[in-house]
Design a protein around this ligand. Structure first.
Ligand code: NAP
Length: 258
């Protein structure tokens, strides 16, 4: 039997975090483990995941690394099987892996369009497809489960040259709203987190000079969020009483206007 305390409200829970090798996912996995959850961390870079697992262990938590590419549906299904066998299934999924590659549409950066759509939409769906049965089962048994998807303020706001990225995140937010309506009756809470700018590796993948200059300018003009700021909200959502579902959470740097 597991004991819940106010400092470890997620004791007894099993969290799967994608995109856990850096940034928001890494910070969230560590935070969820600190709140008592056993954490399964997914991303491609095995070395980074293993370091995270070791850190969680040193802090008294429990984590397992499964290195994979979320665009590989079979690999994601195999990971879900490992979680089912090793942990009895997930009851918290933080579906977070993503990439942002802005560029003017007329540059026809079709490879980058495809990369964003494959990861931010198809990868996200692979993870939802593999783990939703576990969330539903866990919610039936324990009274609550969480599906938290990482969207972005780009889902709502207009950023010239970010059209494809923003459209993938509009997909994430709209999907989340529909899934909340569908799965809420089964006690699975569904949330979309929509951060403004967070300092992570995300910006380092941008190749378009104009977008890089825009990001640099914004970094000088304001203090960006830190990954830990988002992690706090992920932990907060999952720790709420089962009757409470924060559907959509916008988290802005204080100095970011839009
Ligand atoms: N930073 C921001 O300003 C911001 C704002 C709003 C929303 N977001 C969203 O937040 C999420 C996390 O981004 P971040 O800012 O934390 O950036 P990040 O540091 O670049 O993290 C992205 C994570 O996704 C993983 N990943 C990338 N491709 C993958 C693949 N094919 N399969 C599995 N994992 C993959 C990366 O690990 P590997 O390379 O090891 O696979 C990494 O762990 C994204 O969905 C992003 O769109 C970020």
């Amino acid at each position: 039997m597991t004991t819940q305390t106010s400092t470890r409200p997620l004791s007894g829970r099993v969290a799967v975090v994608t995109g856990a090798s850096s940034g928001i996912g890494e910070a969230s996995a560590e935070h969820l483990a600190g709140l008592g959850a056993r954490v399964v961390v997914l991303a491609r870079r095995a070395d980074r995941l293993e370091r995270l697992v070791a850190r969680v262990g040193r802090n008294g938590g429990q984590a397992l690394a499964l290195a994979l590419d979320v665009t590989d549906a079979a690999a994601v299904r195999a990971a879900a099987e490992r979680v089912a066998v090793g942990f009895g299934g997930a009851d918290l999924l933080f579906n977070n892996a993503g990439v942002m590659l802005p560029a003017p549409i007329e540059k026809l950066a079709t490879g980058q369009w495809r990369h964003q759509i494959d990861l931010n939409i198809t990868g996200l769906m692979n993870v939802i497809g593999a783990f939703t049965p576990q969330l539903v089962e866990a919610a039936e048994e324990r009274g609550v489960a969480d599906l938290i998807n990482t969207s972005s303020i780009a889902a709502q706001n207009i950023f010239p040259n970010f059209a494809v990225y923003s459209a993938t995140k509009a997909y994430v937010t709209h999907l989340s709203r529909h899934l909340r309506a569908e799965l809420g009756a089964k006690k699975v809470r569904v949330s979309a987190i929509e951060p403004g700018i967070v300092g992570t590796e995300l910006q380092g993948h941008v190749t378009d000079e104009g977008a890089r200059a825009w990001l640099e300018g914004s970094k000088e003009a304001m203090e960006w969020l830190m990954p830990e700021d988002i992690a706090q909200s992920v932990g907060f959502l999952a720790s709420l009483p089962p009757r409470v579902n924060l559907q959509q959470v916008t988290i802005m740097p204080t100095g970011q206007a839009g």
